[in-house]
Design a protein around this ligand. Structure first.
Ligand SMILES: *Cc1c(COP(=O)(O)O)cnc(C)c1O
Length: 495
């Protein structure tokens, strides 16, 4: 399958190239030349399959340059690192289900793709005949960094460097990253918020001089950020799997449409749902859930994407984002795959910090998407209400999506379409905030939070989190955002 840039300047033959390059040379994102279809018969055939088998069926539609049997064993190996079912569906109320995507090694949904990406990348480099070592650069708002480090640690021929905003990750997230083991990893804090951090990393990718310098050192750059198609592809699979679980469990008829409510930051997770729909999965609407950084809510309502606004630090830090990079892929679709138009919008974003879609483009988006958000009080109230009513404990990010789903049902009282709320983190990843929501208790220490949350909910504590307490901190560096490349060079030169 060919992949093309959303900005029209590049076309590559095969997913391997798109994955190894990460970002297109014109600054655009790689998208498949067309959406592969999954027929009703194929859906039926996928019903009895395991999660990795279902994922292999979906992924091989895009990755036709990878060997199918090898892909399946890579997926089986990746998801064997999960506790039990990688993507279980839990019914919590009439017509409302939760898709839990946090049973992987780092307890957040990023594991769904980042346990698979090292294979996709290493194999992709082989397919492309690349001999150089690969350096992965990641800008993270918290969860990606840890999941990428865990996925790539000690991978042969690959080094990984993670940058996180000094000012924008939870204590637990920071500890998870700074205690990371592995001989090929580095973690650096960047002064500022996530957007500062992401922009600084993007600048390295765009700099031809710096690329040349690295190439002389036998190194090429790649990204593990959610703009990489290798991140997007594994995420499409769990939308199929959730649907099949609903059919298999007799909750819906095959062919019946369902809705998803997705806690959204960089727009990668929900974009995968959109791709699933375009492939033929019976999805009706996608509810894009934000926290107080509700730029997407405003965009869906007004057609205007305006970054001139206050930035809030919230209890759902993985959604504290003002520039949702993957939205570019949706814009490309809704303007009729007009690359010049997409480039124009992205140019406006870069130069003016805002853009506006036409009424036609806005209407096209509204056919499938709507947006909503939860402020901080509403997150607390939602997490508490659901806990009281059903005994189910959810994290703060999932709380935002639940609030948006509940709002939808209140506005559309006769709506019988089943709603799947996508749950992106284990509650113990944000123990103090979830403890506060569930009990009103405020504790200063994360591990105390874990203990008390366990006392309040009796939910099992993942070992990967409780064990952090005794792990030594390896990474403490914090740099200004114009000093990232120096850090990269120092890491590369380190023996
Ligand atoms: C990354 C993340 C999100 C946001 O997902 P996007 O794909 O960036 O929209 C939401 N919740 C959690 C817990 C995350 O780690």
């Amino acid at each position: 399958m060919n992949f093309i840039s959303t900005r029209g300047g590049e076309k590559v033959n095969g997913a391997a190239q798109a994955i190894v390059k990460g970002l297109a040379e014109d600054g655009g994102l790689f998208v498949p030349e067309s959406f592969p279809a999954v027929s009703r018969e194929e859906l039926e055939e996928m019903l009895p399959l395991s999660y990795p088998e279902r994922a292999a069926k979906v992924l091989s539609k895009y990755l036709d340059d990878y060997d199918g049997a090898e892909l399946l064993s890579a997926l089986e190996a990746a998801y064997s690192k999960f506790e039990g079912d990688p993507a279980p569906l839990v019914r919590i109320d009439e017509g409302i289900y939760i898709l839990e995507l946090w049973h992987g090694p780092t307890c957040a949904f990023k594991d769904m793709a980042l346990t698979v990406l090292p294979y996709l990348l290493r194999k992709g480099a082989d397919i492309c005949g690349i001999k150089e070592n690969i350096l992965i650069l990641v800008a993270t708002s918290g969860d990606t960094g840890k999941a990428a480090l865990e996925g790539f640690k000690d991978a042969p021929g690959i080094k990984i460097m993670v940058f996180y905003p000094d000012d924008g990750v939870s204590k637990m997230q920071k500890l998870q990253m700074c205690t990371q083991d592995g001989s090929n990893v580095n973690v650096v804090a960047v002064k500022g918020n996530f957007d500062d951090c992401q922009t600084a990393v993007k600048r390295i990718f765009a700099d031809k001089e710096q690329a040349k310098l690295l190439k002389e050192k036998n190194i090429i750059l790649s990204s593990a950020n959610s703009i990489n198609f290798g991140r997007l592809a594994p995420q499409i699979a769990y939308y199929f799997s959730a649907y099949l679980d609903l059919v298999g469990g007799g909750q819906i008829e095959m062919g019946e449409e369902i809705d998803f409510s997705v806690p959204t930051g960089n727009f990668g997770n929900i974009l995968a749902a959109y791709y699933a729909k375009r492939m033929g999965l019976p999805v009706r609407r996608l509810h894009c859930a934000s926290n107080m950084n509700n730029i997407l809510t405003d965009f869906f309502a007004s057609g205007s994407y305006d970054t001139h606004r206050e930035f809030f630090k919230t209890t759902s830090p993985s959604m504290d984002i003002l520039i949702s990079s993957n939205l570019e892929r949706l814009l490309f679709e809704v303007c009729g795959r007009d690359a010049a138009r997409t480039a124009e919008l992205m140019g406006d974003l870069k130069q003016k910090g805002e853009y506006k879609v036409t009424p036609e483009e806005k209407a096209e988006i509204a056919k499938i998407f709507d947006g909503g958000f939860a402020n901080e009080d509403e997150v607390v109230e939602t997490v508490y209400d659901v806990f009281c009513d059903t005994g189910y404990t959810m994290d703060t990010h999932t709380g935002c999506a639940m609030k948006v789903a509940i709002d939808w049902f209140e506005k559309n009282k006769k709506d019988n379409t089943k709603m799947v709320v996508v749950s992106t983190a284990n509650p113990y990843k944000f123990p103090q905030d979830v403890l506060y929501a569930v009990t009103g208790n405020d504790v200063k220490d994360s591990f105390k939070g874990i203990k008390r949350l366990h006392a309040a909910t009796a939910m099992a504590v993942p070992k990967s989190l409780s064990g952090l307490k005794d792990k030594p901190v390896r990474f403490t560096e914090c740099v200004k955002r114009d000093k990232l490349f120096e850090e990269v060079l120092a890491f590369v030169d380190k023996k």
